[in-house]
Design a protein around this ligand. Structure first.
Ligand code: COA
Length: 211
C-alpha cells in the first residue's frame, strides 16, 4: 500500500473511484465525483493535501482538503479547513484502508499548520481518527439552531489550543461553496455524469432522508 499526491493523469481514475465509492450510499446516485472534478480549479483546493492510495497496482483511495471559514458571532470570518470527499473503492472498504489514508492525511495537514478541521460525516468512522462532535468546541452548523446537537457535524483541533490562539470561543461553520456545485449547475453536472458508464440509481435504506 502506497500513499502519494494525486497527479493530473490520475484525475479521471480518481473521479471514477469517487463515483464508485459514493454511488447510492447517501442518495440515489451521487454527486461527489463532480464536486472533486470542479474543486481542483477552486482557490480553496489544497493541492499539497490531495492524496491517492494505491494497492494491487491501482488507485483504491483518495482524499482532498479545502480551505474553509468560521464565522464569529460578530460576523468576523476566521480561516479554517475542512476535507472530503474521502473515498475507498467498494472492493476495499472496511479493511482499514480508509482510516490509514485519513490518518496519513491528517498528519500531513498538521505539518502544514492546519489547526482545526470541521466536516460532516459518520462519527462511527471519524472518531477512530480523533474527531468528535463540533458542538464540543462550541462550533455550530449553519442551518441548525445553535443549541441543537448535530450528530453528523464533527471537528478536531489538529493543533491543540489552536482555537483559543485564534481568539475563537464560539463560531458557525458553513461548508465552502465548492461543495454545492452539483446543485448550482444541474445541467453541467448531468453532462459530466453522462460521460461515465451508466449505473443504476437506487433508493436504499440508510440514505439521507432529505435527498
Ligand atoms: C467511509 C470510508 C472512507 C471508510 O473507509 P474504510 O476503509 O471502508 O473504513 P475502515 O476499514 O478504515 O474503517 C475503520 C473503522 O471505522 C468504522 N467505520 C468505517 N466505515 C463505517 C461505516 N460506513 N459505518 C460505521 N462505521 C464505519 C468501523 O469501526 C471500522 O472498523 P471495523 O470495520 O473494524 O468495524 C469508505 O467506506 C468509503 O469510501 N465510503 C463511501 C464514501 C463515504 O461515505 N465517504 C465518507 C463521506 S463522509
Amino acid at each position: 500500500m502506497n500513499i502519494k499526491l494525486e497527479k493530473p493523469e490520475d484525475y479521471r481514475e480518481v473521479e471514477n473511484l469517487t463515483r464508485e465509492a459514493f454511488w447510492n450510499v447517501y442518495r440515489p446516485g451521487c454527486t461527489e465525483h463532480y464536486v472533486l472534478h470542479c474543486y481542483r480549479d477552486n482557490p480553496d483546493f489544497i493541492p499539497e493535501l490531495d492524496f491517492v492510495m494505491e494497492e494491487d497496482g491501482r488507485i483504491i483511495g483518495h482524499i482532498m482538503f479545502s480551505k474553509a471559514q468560521l464565522v464569529l458571532n460578530d460576523g468576523t470570518c476566521k480561516p479554517s479547513w475542512t476535507f472530503g470527499p474521502i473515498s475507498i473503492h467498494p472492493d476495499y472498504k472496511r479493511k482499514g484502508y480508509g482510516l490509514r489514508l485519513l490518518q496519513y492525511a491528517l498528519a500531513e495537514a498538521r505539518k502544514m499548520g492546519v489547526g482545526f478541521l470541521c466536516m460532516e460525516g459518520n462519527i462511527d468512522f471519524y472518531s477512530h481518527a480523533g474527531f468528535s462532535l463540533a458542538g464540543n468546541f462550541n462550533i455550530h452548523y449553519h442551518d441548525f439552531p445553535k443549541e441543537e446537537v448535530v450528530p453528523f457535524f464533527l471537528a478536531q483541533e489538529l493543533i491543540p489550543g489552536w482555537l483559543t490562539a485564534q481568539g475563537i470561543d464560539e463560531a458557525t461553520y458553513c461548508p465552502p461553496k465548492g461543495y454545492f456545485v452539483a446543485d448550482e449547475n444541474p445541467e453541467a453536472f448531468e453532462a459530466y455524469e453522462a460521460s461515465f458508464p451508466k449505473k443504476e440509481k437506487l433508493r436504499l435504506p440508510g440514505q439521507l432522508a432529505t435527498q
